[in-house]
Design a protein around this ligand. Structure first.
Ligand SMILES: [Zn+2]
Length: 472
């Protein structure tokens, strides 16, 4: 629009000028060194304008020719810069495909291109150098590259992150924690830094600082409110275990009660609290704790703790207590398995069979290994069906595995729950998993291998023994 207006104004000025000189003609005379030129005013003005135009064009052409070498140099430098970044990109792709040597080759080519173009080493080259060194297993070179990354504000966080991983791999959790705290100073909202700090503090057994970090992580949404509640329970159980081992009974009871109150359905909190109550001679309260948790989830650990609370009573009385427990969840096969085990202890074979039938023994299957074993025991004692015991023992070899505690990070089954996985020292990583869910967890774990949460480090400081768990 502006261009159209300018063109219109130019045309109007030219037309007006032409008309002006047509209406008021005149002459211009130039007399110089024996030369005399007489011409009209219009021609003289056109001549001056023409000379000005030629001068401008000449100036432009001269400028273009004189600046050509500089432009060529700038273009070459830009080409080298682009070539360098192209090689860095190819190097990163090589990292993603796990080829450390190829990544190093591209890094060296990129550095050469940057040098030829007169550019310094971009921070990204350091990252490529570190990752390539890691892939080649050259931890010293990786350490140097990550340390060099701390010099640049753009890569300092990544440098700290790499050094944290290096320290954790070397088993130096204390150094990893210090570096994680420095990374957090750079990015206070970083979910990675908060989660790692929490995991490392827990691994080092610093439950108090872990609790502070957890509060911060929930506040900054690095951990969801629901996960934060579960982590809090785990930390309170860990606090309670330590207090118990140091004979601070009141603290142990207080932390255990708080953990249980947060979610009565969380089995480790209920069994730990009830075990302390048992050892403190508060059996009725311990029974109530287990029953409250049982009404949410029938879990073998609850049944075992319940049985240990009744250890002083005769088997027949314990079986009567278990009847009450079964009635709380009479539709759950797991409840009837617990009832059957208790009835077997009291030699109530018919009662045990009735519970096992309710747990699914009479159905077409599939049966769990525990149900098969209990049925085999009933058949051995009752001997109602010829070959019944052998049949159920055979079935147990084909039966579904029973649910178990499984570490979602390293896929080991430690047998009992603990705040820290005894195999990989991950915090709060044990889940109660059925065999079908186990396969899903394994698939998920494989997918997550690309970016493991915390690399396997050395064994965490051993916790002093919590209250003795009931026998399996
Ligand atoms: Zn583990």
């Amino acid at each position: 629009m502006i261009r159209v207006l300018l063109a219109l104004v130019t045309i109007v000025v030219i037309v007006a000028g032409t008309l002006l000189f047509a209406e008021h003609p005149g002459t211009v005379s130039l007399d110089w060194d024996g030369w005399q030129i007489d011409t009209s005013v219009g021609v003289a003005i056109a001549l001056v304008l023409g000379i000005v135009l030629v001068l401008i064009v000449t100036w432009r052409v001269l400028g273009f020719v004189l600046s050509a070498p500089r432009r060529l140099l700038r273009q070459r430098s830009e080409d080298q810069r682009l070539r360098g970044f192209r090689d860095l990109t190819r190097g990163l792709v090589a990292i993603a495909s796990g080829d450390g040597k190829e990544a190093e080759r591209h890094r060296l080519r990129a550095l050469s291109a940057f040098a030829k173009g007169g550019h310094g080493q971009p921070p990204l080259a350091l990252l490529l150098s570190a990752q390539g060194a890691l892939l080649r297993g050259d931890t010293e070179a990786a350490q140097q590259a990550f340390t060099a990354m701390l010099e640049s504000p753009e890569t300092a966080f990544l440098g700290y992150r790499g050094l944290v991983m290096q320290a954790a791999r070397a088993g130096d959790d204390a150094a990893a924690l210090q570096l994680t705290e420095k990374a957090r100073q750079l990015r206070p909202n970083s979910s990675w830094a908060l989660q790692h700090q929490l995991a490392l503090e827990a691994r080092l057994g610093d439950w108090r600082r872990a609790m502070d970090t957890l509060r911060e992580a929930v506040k900054r949404r690095a951990v969801s409110a629901e996960t934060g509640r579960r982590y809090k329970q785990v930390l309170q159980i860990a606090h309670s275990q330590r207090a118990w081992s140091e004979q601070r009974t009141r603290d142990a009871l207080s932390y255990a009660a708080q953990a249980h109150a947060l979610d009565e359905g969380f089995v480790p909190a209920a069994t730990h609290y009830a075990s302390i109550l048992r050892d403190e001679g508060k059996t009725p309260k311990g029974l109530r704790v287990i029953e409250a948790s049982w009404s949410r989830q029938c879990h073998p650990d609850l049944a075992r703790t319940y049985d240990s609370l009744l250890a002083g009573e005769a088997p027949i009385l314990r079986a009567r207590h278990f009847e009450r427990l079964v009635d709380l969840k009479s539709d759950d096969p797991q409840a009837h398995l617990a009832g059957a085990a208790s009835a077997l202890s009291a030699q109530l074979w018919g009662e045990a069979r009735r519970h096992l039938d309710r747990a699914g023994a009479r159905g077409p299957g599939p049966w769990t290994q525990k149900l098969c074993r209990l049925m085999a025991e009933v058949e051995r004692h009752e001997n109602m069906t010829p070959g019944g015991e052998r049949l159920w023992l055979e079935r147990s070899t084909q039966a579904l595995r029973d649910p178990a505690w499984l570490c979602r990070d390293c896929q080991t089954k430690p047998g009992t729950w603990s705040p820290i996985c005894p195999a990989c020292q991950s915090f709060a990583s044990l889940d109660w998993i059925s065999p079908t869910a186990e396969n899903d967890a394994a698939r998920r774990s494989t997918a997550e291998i690309i970016e493991p949460s915390i690399p396997v480090g050395r064994a965490a400081p051993a916790l002093r023994q919590p209250p003795a768990p009931p026998p399996c």
